[in-house]
Write a protein that binds this ligand. Structure first.
Ligand code: AGP
Length: 616
């Protein structure tokens, strides 16, 4: 998704904007630009197609651009091809309004046609230019101030937007507005910042405001005022970001993805410990900080887990675990389908939204649909203060810390922990999990960080195997039950960072069609951590082998007979099979990572992808 940065203060703006945009590169983009104003001089707009380095070269890393007030943008094209013309910032016809935008304006065509009838001309193919000219139209037609012009525009447009705007009549001021797309405001004694995400300004300030939906802001050096859609001033709470700046850097690893894979022991431990309390007989699960009560848990008759991508794979894993422990039905729904499919929802059901960013448009829309249907919602989210976190009835934060790589790893693992804890809490509240069982489960969960660390110590063996398959065209992941859910994640990890075509298959499904694709040398990765179905999956692997497939087997330590079938076997430490996904996924994360590295891909910022998909 697009990146936005704005600065107003007493320092040169351009270098600050470029530095902030560089911190947002992980969001994925294809062009960039800045608009900077030096007091009462005209605003300078400089744009470049391609990487941010192109813009840095044009501006001598910003030093060639004078002025202390500016906005910057990295564009992930939605309307209009990647090009310098379509890059942001966009200006109104007479340059009196200049803006950058993240989101999608769904009725931009009708707005464009309206403005063409009013004599406006359009120079780009973007939806953003329609918004900029509409602000200008209201500003001039009603002879009103920036806040009122923006408010009228917000009433008129449909879609999602985070906007940072400059008006030629108001030097030294930046205006912001948002609906659904994330935007924050940072503040210091003599400067004000705006950004799509915290990392962009973390080295400048930790004091931030989260702009609410349909709210606006007016930034001046060292001050910010917030307004509602009626143009009334509103008070907002200042949040202190407690991340350390290093956490948002690579820390000596070649890629953020590898760093974050190695942060999993700590992230898993931190998330686990955030929800434990001592009860005299050992630990128990403490969900008080989420806001959901034991009574509400007991009254819940059905769970709907709604998410996208890797977060939905956590949901599929949780489905097996919660249904096993709590004996209540769990439905997993793809967020992008959920509100259009309009599934029948039981009123005493609980909708669980899983999202690392807390800004995924489809997941946010699903949350809102669930609330419109009258159901309670619980969000499992990593980004504190994110939109989904703020709009859900209950919030269960994961403590993975900032996850920069587009391909999620540590946040996925922390979401698994959150789901285990939910399952235990639900099972206990419903009298299906005894105090003694709770203690045993929690003791086993306490061992996971060290077991993950042990797997990571053996990463070179995975790296060696990955180098053998760096040129693979296809790879199939097969498993049953929880192993199948793990295959979904292993498949996506490899697919999204290495661009190898991969598929995850329920092992029992292979013979119903897909096995026709198996030929000599096809890589098939079998995951076998569930003892009850171990032999079944092993048989499926033998079927594959007899057709020439090259087998990697992944199982728990002790199942050494797998080596008689698999060409390459990976063992993970033993654990309760309900929690096996937390260990089995680690070698698959490493496999995807090392194949991508061997293929020379841009691991942290894979092509076409964004860290948070804030558009539908
Ligand atoms: C994961 O590696 C992908 N980047 C993607 O599938 C991601 O999980 C999905 O877009 C959901 O994002 P969220 O967790 O921030 O909602």
């Amino acid at each position: 998704m697009c990146g936005i940065v704005g600065y107003i203060g007493n320092e040169q703006a351009a270098p600050i904007l470029l530095d902030g945009l560089a911190k947002l590169e992980y969001r994925g983009y294809d062009s960039s630009g800045i608009a900077v104003r030096d007091n009462n001089e005209d605003t300078v707009v400089i744009k470049a197609k391609g990487k941010l380095s192109e813009l840095a070269e044009k501006t001598d890393n910003g030093s060639a651009v004078k002025g202390c007030c500016g906005i910057g943008h990295t564009r992930w094209a939605t309307h209009g091809a990647p090009s310098e013309t379509n890059a942001h910032p966009h200006v109104s016809n007479d340059r009196s309004v200049i803006a950058v935008h993240n989101g999608i304006i769904e009725n931009h065509t009708e707005i464009r046609e309206k403005l063409l009838r009013q004599g406006y001309v359009f120079r780009t193919q973007t939806d953003t230019e329609a918004v900029v000219n509409l602000i200008d139209y209201y500003y001039k037609k009603y002879n009103i101030g920036p806040i009122d012009a923006i408010a009228k525009t917000m009433v008129r447009v449909r879609g999602s937007y985070a906007l940072a705007i400059m008006f030629s009549d108001y030097p030294g001021e930046i205006y912001v507005a948002r609906k659904d797309s994330p935007l924050i405001v940072g503040i210091t004694e003599n400067a004000a910042y705006t950004a799509s995400d915290v990392p962009a300004i973390l080295n400048r300030t930790r004091q931030v405001y989260y702009i609410g939906n349909l709210e606006m802001g007016r930034l001046t050096a060292g001050n910010v005022e917030f307004y509602n859609l009626d143009g009334d001033l509103i008070e907002k709470e200042l949040t202190t970001i407690d991340w350390d700046a290093a956490a948002a850097e690579k820390g000596g690893y070649e890629h953020f993805m590898l760093k974050e894979i190695h942060e999993q022991p700590k992230a898993v431990r931190d998330t686990l410990h955030a929800y434990l309390k001592e009860n005299g007989k050992g630990n128990t699960v403490n969900l008080e900080k989420t806001g959901i009560s034991e009574e509400e848990i007991r009254a819940c008759s059905q769970l709907y887990i709604v998410a996208c991508g890797s977060a939905s794979h956590v949901g599929y894993t949780a489905q097996y675990i919660i249904e096993d422990m709590c004996r209540i039905p769990v439905r997993v729904e793809m967020a992008s389908e959920f509100r259009y499919r309009r599934p029948p929802l039981v009123r005493d059901g609980l909708v669980v939204i899983i999202s690392q960013s807390g800004e995924t448009a489809d997941s946010l829309a699903a949350l809102r649909h669930a609330k419109e249907e009258g159901l309670k919602t619980l969000a499992i989210v990593n980004v504190i203060g994110s939109t989904i976190a703020r709009e859900a009835d209950y919030v269960m934060y994961t403590y993975a810390g900032p996850e920069i790589a587009v391909a999620t790893t540590k946040a996925y693992s922390c979401q698994l922990i959150a789901c285990y804890l939910l399952a235990i809490a639900f099972g206990k509240a419903r009298g299906l999990v005894t105090e003694e069982c709770v203690s045993e489960y929690l003791e086993e969960l306490e061992t996971l960080p060290d077991k993950i660390a042990r797997i990571l110590e053996d990463k070179e063996r995975i790296q060696w195997f990955a180098s053998k398959f760096a040129n693979a065209q296809d790879a199939f992941f097969i498993g049953r039950g929880i192993d199948y859910a793990v295959c979904m994640e292993g498949s996506l990890k490899m697919k999204e960072v290495s661009y190898v075509h991969t598929e995850a298959y329920a092992a029992g499904e292979l013979k119903h069609g897909t096995i026709s694709l198996i030929e000599k040398g096809t890589l098939v990765i079998g995951v076998l951590t569930q003892s009850e179905i171990y032999e079944k999956t092993l048989s499926n692997m033998v079927e594959v082998k007899s057709r020439g497939g090259y087998l990697m087997g992944l199982t728990m330590s002790g199942n050494f007979n797998l080596e008689e079938t698999a060409d390459f076997t990976v063992f993970v430490p033993k654990t309760d099979e309900l929690f096996a996904a937390s260990l089995a996924v680690i070698p698959l994360q490493l496999l995807g990572y090392y194949i991508a590295v061997a293929r020379g891909q841009d691991v942290d910022k894979p092509r076409n992808l964004a860290k948070s998909v804030t558009v539908e």
